[in-house]
Design a protein around this ligand. Sequence first.
Ligand code: NAD
Length: 261
Amino acid sequence: MKTFKNKVALITGGGSGIGQATALAFAKEGARVVVADISAPDARATVEMIKGAGGEAIFVKTDVSKAKDVRALVHKTVEAYGRLDCAHNNAGVNGALAPISDYPVKEWDKVIAVNLTGVWLCMKYEISRMIQQGSGSIVNTSSIGGVTGSANISAYIASKFGVVGLTKTAALECAAKGVRINAVCPGWVYTSMTVREAETAKMDPEEYRKMAAGMVPMKRMGEPEDIAEAVLWLCSEKASYVNGHMMVVDGAMTAGLSVSE
Ligand code: NAD
């Protein structure tokens, strides 16, 4: 029996990287999937991949920083599939690389709007539907940047710490109402976001990948599927008593100081 048979899963940022891997994994486990993304070609590609493998999925064009888009996303999900069981609020952007004194205000506003306000808006409309149903599970994508600081990416770090705070608050608000809310904190995962980071650092993506892998105690970057596995587990019945948790999936990157080999 597939874990998510008869369930409906919504994934924001489902057109690429971690969100795409999660969408494919949910579909493989029997869920009907709603792929939400600001990029139509990428999200449509995810839907085609799911359908090509015999699954069911729709695309809803969504800018998660806009309340009317997110409200419509949840409405269209219920209209298409009748319910909403699982949500992975994952859409995110990395923003500029600069110290706080030089950080452009416009970039700050954009990163906070997508990464933080976006997660809050998604939860606002998803929770309302899930409480009505009496059940549901949400996983928000934070980052290891949500548990530790990092120079030159202040907006990103603030947004991801914020996601952890929102997750814990929402978990408390919903704990007695049948809705669980957790966060996943990925380490360094190879996606198009990493390729953009390489471009910003003026490095070849493969060189960047090698450099990043060298900094991870497990000596490899994460793959999107590593994160998808954690998201599916958190959404599953196996995690039925896990609530308000931030699950770090980072190859031991934040475990502590690495001893020299
Ligand atoms: P990605 O760039 O491959 O995917 C992000 C997706 O979000 C894209 O499909 C993009 O179109 C979509 N998106 C961007 N802005 C949007 C908006 N306003 N509305 C709707 N969709 C929007 O990146 P990824 O690495 O898969 O990142 C996914 C999440 O994981 C992000 O929240 C990111 O911060 C987080 N994360 C990534 C890493 C990593 O190393 N890649 C590490 C920690 C956390």
